[in-house]
Write a protein that binds this ligand. Structure first.
Ligand code: ZN
Length: 626
């Protein structure tokens, strides 16, 4: 394994502002002093408890306890390992990463599979885009399809790296084999069908996409992770998905459909006051919006909208306008995700064209541009008005049975809101639409809630999701209650204690089997050798994720300590008692039972006892530090 030079990591941390790194994912606001805060990317929340201290270079979430520095942030949000995170930061901020001599830079094999599949997708996207631009028959076909059939500008194809693949699709395999991607990456990138036992040759790489328009799918950080392929006249008859208008990449190590929203990487930087996200149905709809200057459009990735997509959205902005085809399918889909959206804390509005029986967003924008958008915005419906309409389009002729079913659908939506005020408003609105008495609707809703909670109670506890950290899990892992933890906290906040504590505290009193103890021991060792680098330069001393997280947590805790020396002495006393008292009790037990099998003679036991007693009584004095 190549080892990155510690000086290089130090340099990175000095030159890169943590706020710039976090700011790519989290909208940060001032939180007093130099600190910033935003919505935690590690757990679902509606009020910000994720704090960033750019001066110290650490972040901490007071909701879930997750804490760390810029490297752990990249590591945890981008699912990279430590070295990859450093390399990614280096690349992003133009800092050259150097490796320890003899350890060798990362070779092809050593890069993680994920990183390799990212790279492979870059190469593939370039390849498809070159085919789209090529001055041959295939290129001409796709460019014509793009400009005449889809009525998009050529520049938009360049901007989004739109591509094409001919009816054979085999050129991609050639290009990737030439770039020497690993067998594992080729097998798992999702771009080919490969028999399990087949050796990787060009022949074995049977292309998944043939004769289709290729739309690169980027994750929220702008990395190409998959493709959506649109059927064209070139799609061959033997394509297993010939009839499918759109074919997506399968799930791969870098692509999970339910986690992704098309164009979020760009839209998230364009949202803001008065500029909500606009959710459209397909990628081409989103591209249409972009082409007329509506930069905040996003689209779910083929499948229905998931909770994690909505939570991801909420990180950047709370307002979402939904703009779906006004056919039944779009409405039904919206009705399904409305409860999830309310739960995620999103404010939804639905765009519809007043008086138009059928609304196609693509056509609207194509013909009227941004003016068309402004028009539909004026007639936007609230979430509840939309839900009512979708649940029961025509209440006037509805039977009691139909109304009751519609009410149940609406109760699902209403129940997802956590605010009592909102619920009451929603019920009023639903009752009016369904032509029910508000009182009866209120009562039915209570019955619905009661049944729902009975059903929830009957289900086994669903709180076993390992992805969602429990509050303060990281501090608990660091051993909150141990004296080592307290001393470490003191040491980090009162660095002047270090030299004296390092001489006064025997190593063997410290329990080094947990991170706080291991760090205390290591830090005191540094002080002993006059090598303490200062608390802002601890990288070289931190060896694991648990240690990084612990230190970040401790740096965020401002200890309410008036006399650090006294508190440190107290901590030492606890360590001493813990280290010596068990032996003392053992000796006393042995002396009280002379018949027992004693390991040594009573005289030496007595001697040892008085020595222990002396040690336990001895005053623990730390030289006063200013
Ligand atoms: Zn959190």
């Amino acid at each position: 394994m190549p080892v990155i030079k510690p000086t290089c990591i130090r340099d990175l941390k000095l030159r890169v502002n943590l706020a710039d790194v976090v700011g790519r994912m989290v909208t940060l606001r001032k939180a007093g002093g130099s600190r910033l805060k935003g919505l935690c990317p590690f757990h679902n929340e509606k009020t910000p408890s994720f704090h960033v201290d750019p001066d110290k270079g650490f972040y901490k979430c007071f909701g879930c306890g997750k804490a760390g520095d810029l490297i752990t942030f990249v590591r945890d949000t981008e699912q990279l390992n430590f070295s990859e995170s450093v390399e990614a930061l280096g690349k992003r901020f133009g800092i050259v990463i150097e490796y320890e001599e003899g350890s060798g830079g990362p070779t092809h094999e050593e890069r993680s599979l994920r990183q390799e599949i990212f790279d492979l997708h870059d190469v593939a996207a370039d390849h498809f885009h070159q085919a789209f631009r090529a001055p041959d028959a295939t290129g001409t076909f796709f460019r014509t399809y793009w400009t005449e059939k889809r009525r998009f500008a050529p520049e938009l194809a360049d901007e989004f790296k739109i591509g094409g693949v001919d009816a054979q699709g085999s050129a991609l395999g050639t290009a990737l084999l030439r770039r020497k991607f690993s067998e594992e990456a080729l097998r798992r990138c999702g771009l080919f069908f490969i028999y399990d036992d087949a050796a990787i040759t060009l022949h074995a790489l049977r292309p998944r996409f043939r004769g289709r328009l290729m739309i690169p799918i980027r994750d929220h950080q702008g990395r190409i992770v998959a493709f959506t392929a649109r059927q064209t006249d070139l799609t061959p008859a033997d394509d297993p998905a010939r009839e499918a208008k759109y074919v997506n990449s399968p799930e791969t190590p870098i692509f999970t459909k339910g986690n992704l929203l098309f164009n979020l990487d760009r839209a998230r930087t364009a949202v803001g006051e008065g500029k909500p996200f606009v959710m459209v149905e397909g990628q081409l709809d989103a591209l249409r919006c972009w082409s007329v200057g509506l930069k905040t459009a996003i689209a779910p990735q083929g499948t229905s909208i998931t909770e994690s997509q909505l939570v991801l959205l909420r990180r950047y902005h709370s307002q979402v306008e939904c703009f779906f085809d006004s056919d039944g399918a779009g409405q039904k889909a919206a009705l399904r995700f409305l409860p999830m959206a309310l739960k995620a804390g999103l404010e939804l509005r639905f765009l519809t064209l007043a008086g138009a029986e059928k609304l196609d967003p693509d056509l609207l924008f194509l013909e009227r541009g941004l003016a068309g958008y402004e028009d539909v915005r004026r007639g936007a419906q609230t979430a509840m008005a939309f839900a009512c309409k979708a649940a029961l389009p025509d209440p006037s002729g509805a039977t009691a049975e139909t109304k009751s079913r519609a009410a149940q659908t609406l109760f699902e939506v209403i129940g997802a809101s956590e605010s009592e005020v909102t619920r009451a408003e929603f019920i009023k609105e639903a009752a009016a639409h369904l032509r029910l008495s508000p009182l009866a609707a209120q009562k039915d809703f209570q019955t619905f809630l009661a049944r729902q909670s009975r059903q929830a109670a009957a289900r086994p506890a669903a709180n076993a999701d390992p992805e969602i950290p429990t509050p303060n899990s990281s501090t608990a892992a660091g051993g909150t209650q141990t004296p080592e933890h307290h001393l470490l906290l003191l040491l980090l906040h009162f660095e002047k204690l270090g030299p004296t504590l390092s001489h006064a505290l025997p190593h063997d009193w410290i329990d080094t089997t947990h991170p706080a103890g291991a760090l205390l021991n290591r830090f005191l060792g540094e002080y002993e050798q006059n090598a303490w680098p200062g608390r802002d330069q601890l990288d070289g001393l931190l060896e694991s994720e648990a240690e990084r997280s612990l230190v970040a947590n401790l740096l965020f805790e401002a200890p309410a300590v008036e006399d650090p020396v006294k508190v440190a002495q107290e901590g030492m006393k606890q360590l001493r008692a813990r280290a010596l008292e068990p032996r003392l009790r053992q000796i006393e037990l042995a002396l009280a039972n002379p018949d027992a099998d004693i390991e040594s003679d009573p005289i030496s036991l007595l001697k040892e006892r008085s020595e222990l007693q002396r040690q336990l009584r001895a005053p623990l004095v730390l030289a006063a530090v200013v």
